[in-house]
Design a protein around this ligand. Sequence first.
Ligand SMILES: C[S@@+](CC[C@H](N)C(=O)[O-])C[C@H]1O[C@@H](n2cnc3c(N)ncnc32)[C@H](O)[C@@H]1O
Length: 177
Amino acid sequence: MQKKSFDDYYRPAEDTFFLANYIQNEKGSTALDIGTGSGFLAKILSDNFKLVVSTDINFNALKKAHEIVENCICCNAADALNCNFDLIVCNLPYLPSDQIIDPAVDGLTEGLDVTTNIIKSASNVVKQKGKLVYLTSSLANYTELMKRTESLGFSIKIIAKKKLFFEELVLVECIKL
Ligand SMILES: C[S@@+](CC[C@H](N)C(=O)[O-])C[C@H]1O[C@@H](n2cnc3c(N)ncnc32)[C@H](O)[C@@H]1O
């Protein structure tokens, strides 16, 4: 995962493409891309979903995303939303860090604080039997993150892993029970 300055936005990278590959065949009525960055994943979702909403806390990112997708909302995770989604995707800011210098990647303690906050928020707006797909990494304590996700009422499984030079990407699929 690359480091970017906060004024900037996260450019689609290997992690983005890895997640994109797994969501391109998903279909449904409503989808949400949390932490949309450039809007790359939301754009892919818009091929197969009637309504796609994108959120990010970085307004600069949303300005970029708005060039290619509609319904861009600046907020924490899904906190501003009052509707339910068939599918929620998130390429999480999972890197362990002492502080948040770059919100695109910094996830605080063991990469768990920010990611848990996002998943909790997502769990409030996913439909029953709906799906949450998130990307995390061997650099984070992803087994603990999966336990926390399960405790929010999801059945979860790892659907893919990909080894990079310095980390292993981990793609997790969660179904709301
Ligand atoms: C790893 S980047 C992924 C960007 C894009 N989805 C992609 O895959 O290329 C994580 C994104 O999450 C956003 N983000 C971080 N914390 C967030 C939060 N609490 N709520 C919403 N977005 C957040 C960052 O600004 C950044 O755009």
